[in-house]
Design a protein around this ligand. Sequence first.
Ligand SMILES: Cc1cc2nc3c(=O)[nH]c(=O)nc-3n(C[C@H](O)[C@H](O)[C@H](O)COP(=O)(O)OP(=O)(O)OC[C@H]3O[C@@H](n4cnc5c(N)ncnc54)[C@H](O)[C@@H]3O)c2cc1C
Length: 267
Amino acid sequence: MIEIKIAVCIKQVPGTTEIKIDPETNTLIREGIENIINPFDAYAIEEGVRIRERFDGEEVEVIALTMGPPQSKEILKEAISVGVDRAILLSDRAFAGADTWATSTTLAKAINKIGDCRLIILGKQTLDGDTGQVGPELAQRLDIPFIGYASGILEINRNKMKVKRLMEDRYETFEINLPAAISVVKDINTPRVPSLRGKIKAKSAEIPVWDAARLEADEDEVGLSGSYTQVVKIFTPKIKHEIKMIEGSTGEQVEQLYKELKELNAI
Ligand SMILES: Cc1cc2nc3c(=O)[nH]c(=O)nc-3n(C[C@H](O)[C@H](O)[C@H](O)COP(=O)(O)OP(=O)(O)OC[C@H]3O[C@@H](n4cnc5c(N)ncnc54)[C@H](O)[C@@H]3O)c2cc1C
């Protein structure tokens, strides 16, 4: 019997840092770019699978979720190839243009629909939006505790978990009641590569698609209409390199440098 259901939220992102922006629509150009599983989410998947391996496989089920366009089914197949039990694609035109709040609303509805998820694992942040906001917002939506930057799950059972988290200069350990949500950092594990068996399972895997109707979501709760923020312009800042030689004695140079930095509001 399934004692612990784990939901792993993963996002498909452009597999390049050379992000190109469509000047007309102000959105990222995703066509012709290889899309990948968001790097931090590979660690989230691995941690879910490792928890199942700690228990007799029967007791734990790992479910991968993504909200995205139809082609993001590819990352769910990849997640199945490295060990998740099943996957669900949340896809609907109504979900387009979602900000982090609308994204977490959609994910929360799906997790409630799956029912009885004891742990939700997310990546620390994505390569493209890069806000790190979805984790805490999702926990808020589900009214459950959230631990960010998790670097180790020390103990876990159906009701409690002991987590180690990475801070800038130390580690902190928390004991929290489940259900709960965590976001993970790269220190937590080393993601495995797909096994042959995993690849075969992924090839024939049926991945259900849940739309707004299936989630019983009102259109004004999701996508652009359910968003409090909208990305109005994405641009790469132009960095100007200018060299200015400062002449004179050391004292004169320091004075001149101080004046220049003051004018640039750099001090
Ligand atoms: C360049 C750019 C800038 C943006 N800036 C903002 C902004 O400032 N504010 C804002 O509200 N929105 C912003 N967005 C939109 C935002 O990317 C989307 O709302 C996105 O779905 C979630 O935000 P994120 O990528 O920052 O995720 P993060 O909060 O960084 O993601 C953390 C974790 O949440 C999970 N997750 C995130 N997205 C999904 C998904 N679609 N499906 C399943 N799991 C997911 C993953 O585990 C991920 O590792 C931006 C988008 C782009 C491309």
